[in-house]
Design a protein around this ligand. Structure first.
Ligand code: GUN
Ligand code: FE
Length: 451
């Protein structure tokens, strides 16, 4: 047959797929051919009505590049996890009954300090990256630890397992809020080591298909001196790098900024040049309108960590309002403030938490007692955050099944039988509510199957 097409794709996935168009709309296309090129990009998406559909299918099949999905499988973009504390993975599910301050001091800092040991770091990070990928997370924004020995192991784990990794050397130099055994020696050494890590990652990235991105990472205001914040703002500008921190997470942290700087923490971070269109701030349960306008103006993204917020924020982030204001927002697990490595689990919690703020039409409660009108978010909203919202926060061409985007994908099967016909919207909702790692059959990053 003279096909007249003759483009050799590396892989052609045949099946139905979902992708978010905007925060309220999910597109579904049945029986499509997602054509992935040698660079791991989605080069072409062909639907059954297109005239070259049969030819492309035949050629891919002859070249043994065609992957045909089963009846109960669908394709989704891989998820973006905007907030993971990699060294806290061994503590996931522990000590969630403690307040933030005590949890950091008694459980978290002692664990993070162990990542000076390269062997321990390798053991933990290898497992963490594999686990996140197995849960459909193709991109992750990580807090590492203070010590670069561990951070290098984390970058290597991302490269080895082919995950799109963003890794930050955690900076905490304030002797008043950090323990002697786990602290940067001085503002200057913290800045030097941040810079050293940037250069080490550059070396590791040579010839890698998915390079790791170093991230400027002041832990949060209480753990940092003004001097180090000034320096980190400058490094972020000099190297044009992403920035991550925590913001307006808890009453304690929120109060700390007001007490020590006389300002809200969003305003303080801004003053130090740490709010840019490459900044991602975690939690934000206590953000007010002024903070959100500031984020919008600067292009700052928010990492919404709804499981963790139950425990350490004791609050519900105003997700609906944030989406309405068009502030960038994605999903985060916040391991180990959050107990689960799955973004699906956080999608569910985001929806459930948002409903607890809702002052429903039948409500007998006054707004003083419970929340706001229209605070509830939908499964579509949450899926948008987990994919497009996260990708926008990191300025990445991922999170969508669209020509020109990276082939970062997951193939899942529905967990339970449908007992009859099910509309695509219904399948979507069930996938959001019921998928665990066991239902994720394949995961692909930049065109390469990693599960
Ligand atoms: N604030 C400062 N450090 C942390 C952390 O490790 N986890 C959470 N949830 N909040 C923080
Ligand atoms: Fe956190």
């Amino acid at each position: 047959i003279d096909s007249g097409v003759n483009i050799i794709y590396k892989t052609v996935l045949k099946g139905g797929y979902y992708t978010a168009i905007d925060k309220n709309q999910i597109d579904y296309q049945a029986d499509s051919l997602i054509c992935i090129d040698e660079n791991g990009q989605i080069a072409n998406i062909v639907c059954p009505m297109d005239e070259d559909y049969e030819t492309i299918q035949l050629e891919a099949s002859q070249q043994d590049n065609l992957v045909v999905l089963a009846e109960d499988q669908v394709i989704l973009p891989g998820f973006v996890d905007l907030h993971v504390h990699a060294p806290q993975w061994p503590n996931a599910g522990l000590a969630l009954d403690r307040p933030l301050y005590e949890w950091l001091d008694q459980y978290t800092f002692p664990l993070e300090a162990k990542f000076k040991d390269a062997n321990y770091a390798h053991l933990v990070y290898d497992n963490l990256v594999e686990t996140l990928l197995a849960n459909g997370t193709t991109t992750a924004l990580y807090f590492g630890s203070v010590d670069n020995t561990g951070n290098v192991e984390l970058a290597k784990a991302c490269l080895t397992h082919h995950q799109r990794g963003f890794v930050g050397k955690v900076v905490m130099d304030n002797p008043e809020q950090t323990p002697d055994y786990y602290r940067d020696e001085s503002a200057q050494t913290a800045l030097d080591e941040t810079e050293a890590f940037i250069h080490e990652v550059e070396q590791l990235n040579k010839d890698q298909a998915i390079p790791v991105t170093p991230v400027i990472t002041p832990r949060f205001l209480p753990s940092c001196t003004d001097e180090v914040l000034v320096g980190l703002g400058k490094l972020a500008a000099q190297y044009n790098l992403p920035i991550q921190s925590h913001c307006s997470e808890s009453d304690w942290e929120n109060g700390y900024a007001l007490e020590t700087h006389g300002k809200r923490d969003a305003a303080v971070l801004d003053e130090f040049g740490l709010l840019t269109d490459k900044t991602v701030l975690a939690h934000g349960t206590l953000l007010n309108d002024e903070d959100l306008d500031r984020f919008k103006n600067r292009g700052v993204g928010i990492a919404h960590c709804p499981i963790s917020n139950v425990y350490f924020g004791n609050a519900v982030m105003a997700t609906h309002k944030i989406l309405e204001k068009d502030v960038k927002v994605g999903m985060g697990t916040d391991i180990s403030g959050g107990f689960d490595p799955s973004i699906y689990q956080n999608i569910r919690q985001a929806i459930m938490s948002s409903r607890m703020l809702e002052d429903g039409v039948d409500s007998q409660l006054s707004p003083e007692v419970r929340g706001q009108k229209s605070s509830a978010i939908t499964a579509k909203n949450a899926f948008y955050m987990a994919t497009v919202g996260g990708a926008k926060s990191l300025n990445l061409p991922t999170g969508q099944i669209k020509e020109g985007y990276a082939a970062d994908l997951q193939v899942v099967h529905t967990k339970y039988p449908t007992f009859g016909h099910q509309k695509p919207e219904e399948t979507f909702e069930k996938v959001m509510y019921q998928t665990t790692a066991s239902e994720i059959d394949h995961v692909m990053t930049q065109g390469v199957f990693v599960k």
